[in-house]
Design a protein around this ligand. Structure first.
Ligand code: ZN
Length: 153
């Protein structure tokens, strides 16, 4: 069986960035996903297409097909008083906030002084070219409920 639309696939993966640092790895707990439903980043899903069980390969995914390029519009200066009750704010800290629509949004602090805080709502992997070492563990047909939900169970 090969990986095609509507297959549930289990993969072992190790994700490294352009500097060769390991960012994430399945480490014996394979990731199950439903193929062809946008559950993985587009560049990875594309390279998984047509693979078979036990295939091992390296997938190089450019930023634009991974988490996208850095969007400067998502980097904003906000008044320090928006962080009332937070004693220390430093570059590198992470916060979860809500946008106007009430969606939870993770931001990372890029800079802070007494008046203003620079927050970056880009995905932390935006702008990064990624490399995945992949092994295909299993492939099966999705059941109706999974197709209905658009994800693997
Ligand atoms: Zn479901």
């Amino acid at each position: 069986m090969q990986i095609t639309q509507d297959k549930v696939v289990q993969i072992e993966y190790t994700l490294t960035n352009a500097e060769g640092e390991v960012i994430d790895a399945s480490e014996g707990h394979p990731l199950a996903y439903l193929h062809g439903h946008g559950n993985l980043i587009p560049g990875l899903e594309k390279q998984l297409e047509g693979k078979s069980v036990r295939d091992k390969f390296k997938a190089e995914v450019p930023a634009v097909e991974a988490y996208g390029e850095i969007n400067p519009a998502l980097i904003q200066q906000v008044p320090r008083e928006m962080f009332q009750g937070v004693e220390t704010i430093e570059a590198g800290m992470r916060f979860e906030g809500q946008d106007e629509n009430g969606n939870v949004q993770a931001v990372i602090i890029r800079d802070a002084d007494e008046e203003f805080v620079t927050v970056d709502a880009n995905h932390e992997l935006a702008g990064h070219d990624l490399t995945f070492d992949i092994e295909i563990i299993s492939i099966r047909d999705a059941d109706e409920e999974e197709l209905d939900h658009g994800h693997a169970h």
